[in-house]
Design a binder for this molecule. Structure first.
Ligand SMILES: Nc1ncnc2c1ncn2[C@@H]1O[C@H](COP(=O)(O)OP(=O)(O)OP(=O)(O)O)[C@@H](O)[C@H]1O
Length: 508
């Protein structure tokens, strides 16, 4: 079951990594320099920790590629050993191995390419049940998985400082950078954390991937727990919930345990509820849980990558309930907030003097789509700086090191005028012909104006270019640019529609 791939040329970075691959102490020194060092793997002094470290890098990449596939498959792989350039990976059985080989071989090889200058191949060894808590997973996923564990029971006084999972403590309100784009979601989350069940119930946080929804969810959990020893908090992800539910569905006793785990709580936090889409049985189950908790004034907090009304195949009754409390959008941070996040990360590392302000400004200007990606880019540069020991890192080096991340960013920004026109038309139930027509009635003129506005905001096209794509002149586009923000001010429905269209375009 060996798979191989040609060694990738990743320039200077990879050769430096190669040079330190055998004595990777510097990497560990860097990693241990991070305050959140428990997220990272310690000193590489054994075969076991070496394979864990290699797999940890690959797992991070797999998570970044596709978090759902990651949760479903890759996190259930156990790193066993490394022999030369081959990783031995444990999987539960032959069936699991055949799925990985047939469907995800390329993804795994891609993730194993160029780690420490080596492109690893892998062998699967059936017979290793995943022990998920002990597997090496990306930091972000560790946080979610730990949060998804059994309900967090109230801590007794003597265990007050030791029993909380550290990952929850790491996602706090204090280390969440607040900007105009997330101020509302932040304030609502804080209010709920201070007075669970009393202010906004449910709180529904939504926004595109990597903008801090899970961070806020965990911050609520840790704050509630810090404030009260009596509160029972359960924080989980929707796919963990679905797995548990379908796994236990046929066994009455297990199903009852599943139910009581959800019902006997004071605060229920569920991440990624868009995954309820189309899961009819689970929706019925959740509807009952929701009603019970809500009627008892227990706090419910939900996150999703879209608004309740955008979740396809969701029972109308659930949609209404999700919307009956507070829905708050968390948007990708603007430049200033991205810079603050980077400064915060820099202050937590040993690389202050190496990553200077101009470099952080370069990152903040070029990686705008989500914070997870920004963090990944920062860690890559910080690792390089720590490995090379060459002093201040230049922007030209950063461009070289971050080639693939920068390319991903620019393709994320690659939204065409036509796709905007089509998405806006379909959102407002008009046709492309209408959008491009001379018609002036409000039902068509307003969507057209919004489409023009979005073309200016989301593409690099000039007002002349946008105008001609609509068969208009640039003055009409300038008018739309001025008018649409006013419409948003005056009408919350328009603001919501625009944000929904943007999220749809960003999801592709
Ligand atoms: N405003 C912020 N301040 C500090 N860190 C942030 C902020 N926003 C996001 N992050 C960090 O970015 C990373 C990704 O955030 P998070 O996992 O909360 O995103 P998400 O919106 O839940 O994404 P997904 O929908 O993919 O689950 C985390 O490490 C988080 O701590």
């Amino acid at each position: 079951m060996v798979r191989e791939r040609g060694q990738s040329a990743a320039g200077q970075f990879e050769s430096i990594l190669k040079a330190v691959a055998h004595a990777s102490l510097k990497a560990d020194v860097f990693e241990m320099g991070l305050k959140q060092k428990n997220r990272y793997i310690g000193v590489m002094d054994s075969q076991e920790s070496r394979v864990a470290k290699i797999w940890s890098v690959a797992a991070d990449r797999l998570m970044e590629q596709n978090k759902h596939l990651y949760r479903q498959w890759f996190r259930k792989i156990t790193p066993l050993a490394v022999e030369g350039a081959t990783l031995k990976l444990g999987v539960s059985d032959d069936f699991f191995a055949s799925i990985i080989e047939d469907q995800y071989d390329d993804l795994i090889l891609e993730a194993l390419a160029g780690i420490g200058g080596v492109s690893y191949s892998y062998e699967l060894e059936p017979g290793h049940e995943p022990v998920l808590e002990e597997n090496i997973r990306p930091a972000a996923e560790n946080e979610k998985a730990q949060a998804a564990a059994e309900p967090v029971r109230p801590r007794s006084a003597e265990h007050k400082n030791t029993s909380a999972p550290i990952s929850l403590e790491e996602h706090t309100f204090e280390n969440f950078v607040v900007g105009a784009e997330n101020r509302f979601g932040y304030a609502a989350a804080r209010a709920v954390a201070e007075a669970p069940g009393k202010v906004y119930n449910p709180l529904f946080l939504y926004g595109v991937s990597g903008v801090g929804k899970t961070h806020l969810l965990h911050a609520i959990a840790s704050t509630v727990r810090r404030n009260s020893d009596r509160m029972v908090v359960r924080s989980t992800t929707c796919d963990e919930l679905l797995n548990d539910f379908y796994y236990n569905l046929l066994d009455k006793k297990n199903l009852n345990t599943f139910r009581s785990n959800l019902r006997n709580v004071d605060v229920l936090l569920i991440d990624d509820v868009q995954m309820l889409s189309g899961k009819t049985q689970m929706q019925v189950e959740f509807f009952n849980v929701f009603n019970m908790l809500y009627n008892q004034h227990k706090q419910i907090v939900l996150t999703s990558d879209r608004q309740p009304c955008e979740i396809a195949d969701l029972d109308k009754r659930l949609e209404t309930r999700f919307e009956q409390g507070m829905t708050a959008e968390v948007c990708p941070p603007e430049y200033e907030a991205r810079l603050s996040i980077l400064r915060m990360m820099r202050s937590e590392t040993l690389v202050q003097s190496i990553l200077d302000d101009s470099l952080l400004e370069f990152l903040a200007a070029n990686i705008a789509s989500n914070v997870r990606r920004l963090r990944g880019a920062f860690i890559r540069l910080a690792s390089y700086a720590s490995f090379s020991g060459k002093g201040k890192l230049e922007i030209s080096q950063a461009e070289e090191l971050l080639q693939s991340q920068l390319a991903q960013e620019s393709s994320a920004r690659d939204i065409s005028i036509e796709s905007i026109q089509r998405t806006v038309a379909s959102h407002f139930g008009v046709t492309m012909t209408d959008i491009l027509s001379e018609k002036r009635n409000r039902g068509i003129a307003e969507p057209r104006m919004i489409a023009m506005f979005l073309c200016r905001e989301l593409t690099k096209s000039s007002s002349n270019e946008v105008g001609s794509a609509f068969g208009r002149n640039h003055a009409t586009v300038l008018h739309a640019e001025k008018k649409v923000p006013q419409l948003c001010e005056a009408n919350e429905g328009v603001r919501r529609a625009i944000s929904q269209i943007k999220r749809q375009l960003q999801r592709g």
